[in-house]
Design a protein around this ligand. Structure first.
Ligand SMILES: [Fe+2]
Ligand SMILES: [Fe+2]
Ligand SMILES: [Fe+2]
Ligand SMILES: [Fe+2]
Length: 259
């Protein structure tokens, strides 16, 4: 959702998510007015809730990657907005009720996307975009476990290559690449979980699952034509690096102390 004065968050993927939600809301408002039907309204609201929750999840993955300090509070705000929408969508609305519900929901969503989301903008200000290389590998990403580092470097190379090709790709080839990325990541996660054995923390495995499921949601959304694919690098970069830094590096440090 674009800010009132046209400013952006600093992350082009998030900006595009917001613009998509804004037009989705406008579509809903027009659809209620021009084409009222209770059944249609309920199903359109459900579709919107799915899109909004997908956005929240993508945003949380990116903000984790960017190490946003107030993420817990932000996640709580997302849950609150989603819960209110779910509760409202559960009721049988007549036309007037639907218009009122939509107006209240829009106000709440706008308030979150414009005001609460602005609080994380500074985390992207330090980002220096490099058009040639999305992720520059550095020793700070090393776990110290050679096989795992080899996998991580391969995934970074894959994302960098994917990013370079984005400008010349269409949605179909992007989805193929992302599906490959899903397969490679799954292979890596399985291997890593085996490698860590007993010392694998439940939160670590759960994060692997959550990364795969968010990537799959993204593929479905691209297939539906929801995104301008040139912004995907801004997502994938945080998708991978956060996990390596937060889960993998501490896990392997801990493991080597125990060996
Ligand atoms: Fe947002
Ligand atoms: Fe948010
Ligand atoms: Fe991992
Ligand atoms: Fe890993």
């Amino acid at each position: 959702m674009e800010n009132i004065d046209g400013q952006k968050s600093g992350n082009s993927f998030i900006d595009e998510n917001h613009e998509g939600l804004l037009s989705h809301l406008k579509y809903l408002e027009a659809s209620v007015k021009d084409n009222w039907g209770q059944f249609g309204f309920t199903s359109e609201i459900r579709d919107f809730i799915v899109a909004l929750e997908n956005h929240f999840h993508h945003e949380e993955i990116i903000l984790k990657g960017a190490k946003y300090e107030k993420l817990d509070h932000h996640v709580f705000q997302h849950r609150k907005v989603a819960m209110d929408l779910h509760q409202g969508a559960f009721l049988d609305h007549d036309y007037n009720g639907a218009v009122q519900f939509l107006a209240a929901a829009s106000a709440q969503i706008f308030s979150h996307e414009l005001l609460d989301d602005q609080l994380y903008w500074p985390v992207f200000e330090a980002e220096t975009p490099n058009p040639h290389l999305l992720i520059l590998w550095s020793s700070k990403f090393e776990t110290g476990e050679p096989e795992t580092d080899k996998h991580h470097k391969a995934l970074v190379n894959y994302i960098n290559r994917f990013h370079r090709k984005l400008a010349f790709s269409d949605n179909i080839s992007v989805c193929t690449e992302l599906n490959n990325m899903c397969t490679y990541s799954r292979l890596h996660f399985t291997q890593e979980e085996k490698e860590l054995g007993q010392s694998l923390k439940p939160g670590h495995a759960a994060n692997h699952k959550s990364l795969i499921s968010d990537l799959k949601t993204l593929i479905n959304e691209i297939e539906a034509g929801n995104y301008d694919i040139k912004n995907l690098g801004s997502y994938l970069k945080f998708w991978l690096l956060h996990h390596i830094q937060t889960f993998d590096i501490p896990a392997f440090k801990h493991n080597s102390r125990n060996n």
